[in-house]
Design a protein around this ligand. Structure first.
Ligand SMILES: Cc1cc2nc3c(=O)[nH]c(=O)nc-3n(C[C@H](O)[C@H](O)[C@H](O)COP(=O)(O)OP(=O)(O)OC[C@H]3O[C@@H](n4cnc5c(N)ncnc54)[C@H](O)[C@@H]3O)c2cc1C
Length: 298
């Protein structure tokens, strides 16, 4: 949803492009139409995608785990891989032991330190945080987001929110581009919620959590191979709940289609984040300060 006229122009152009290039229908809602569904005056309008939805990510993860177990997969929690030794049979070393495999799939999000340097230089770990308010009750929650849609603005440091099944507001935002958790997170999240929904001023935040996402330079995910027997899926850039499912074929040995789709890692210098491991975070903090200023001013 746009907050600035520049963002509205870009979003409307995006609707045309999605229709013309991909035959994908999106609707433009003006301010009045949006106000019918969302009790906020912050936005100039909205792009409404009626074909999308939202889900409970933990239940989805449990469902995936159950399906994997049923297919014969064995899951070993709390066994961090500290080293990957490449070769005819990749060896994955942990603090207490090692696994020797025919194939390995690297899908470790922002925590790849020391495992695969060529992937590490292509991602930036960025912190993002969610606040869950006290339950609003069905009446007040229903009046806030009438059609129960999931909502996001298009600022660089964006806000994203939806209702939970138990009628809380789940509100995400306050990206942290340094490797430190933001100070006064609760107060910051309250301010952000208030900017969208001033009518919720009385509502306490009951839970706060966050984590790191692996941002790629073009914010698009990337599947590939580091060696004929080592696959990777990376750079989901904070949008991985749906799109990580597309990487599943990469783990299927003998699937020729997937092997073709997962070519060797492209040696495109544009994929690297500038500054290397030492300078990429300070450079990104600077770049983000510029984008935040831009969001604030025009
Ligand atoms: C607060 C927050 C809000 C988000 N909101 C959304 C949203 O609204 N929509 C959306 O699409 N996405 C959202 N995301 C992003 C989404 O969670 C990720 O894009 C997605 O989980 C990436 O999937 P993945 O499989 O690449 O990594 P993950 O799901 O993070 O899985 C990586 C796994 O690898 C394990 N691992 C890492 N390193 C090692 C190692 N060395 N040894 C062994 N295991 C290792 C980790 O423990 C983890 O289990 C959000 C993320 C956060 C933190």
């Amino acid at each position: 949803m746009p907050i600035k006229p520049r963002q509205e122009r870009d979003l409307r152009a995006g609707i045309v492009e999605m229709a013309e290039r991909y035959d994908y229908p999106l609707q433009w809602w003006d301010r009045r139409r949006l106000r019918d569904e969302l009790a906020s005056d912050r936005y100039l309008g909205a792009v409404y995608d009626g074909a999308s939805g939202h889900l409970h990510p933990l239940e989805y993860a449990f469902g995936l785990a159950r399906a994997a177990l049923a297919a014969g997969v064995r899951i070993f929690e709390h066994s961090r891989v500290v080293e990957l030794v490449r070769g005819a049979k990749p060896r994955l070393r942990t603090a207490c032991g090692e696994v020797v495999a025919d194939f390995a799939v690297i899908a470790g999000n922002a925590w790849l330190r020391g495992i695969a340097p060529e992937l590490e230089s292509r991602i930036m770990p960025v912190g993002t945080y969610i606040a869950a308010t006290a339950p609003l009750g069905p009446g007040r929650a229903g009046a806030l987001i009438r059609n129960d849609m999931a909502v996001a603005d298009v600022n660089w440091a964006l806000d994203y929110f939806r209702l939970s099944r138990d009628h809380r507001l789940l509100f995400g935002g306050r990206a942290s581009y340094s490797s430190y958790p933001p100070p006064n997170l609760r107060a910051v999240m309250r301010r952000r919620i208030h900017a969208v929904f001033p009518q919720l001023d009385d509502l306490p935040i009951e839970y706060l959590w966050g984590g790191y996402v692996d941002i790629s330079r073009n914010r698009a995910p990337h599947w590939g191979r580091l060696a004929p027997n080592i696959y990777f899926a990376r750079g989901f850039s904070g949008h991985g709940v749906a799109s990580t499912g597309l990487g599943r074929p990469a783990a299927r040995r003998g699937d020729q289609g997937a092997v073709r789709a997962a070519g060797p890692v492209r040696e495109d210098p544009a994929c690297h984040l500038p500054g290397g491991r030492a300078l990429r975070t300070p450079l990104l903090v600077l770049a983000m300060a510029w984008y935040r200023l831009r969001d604030a001013l025009w």
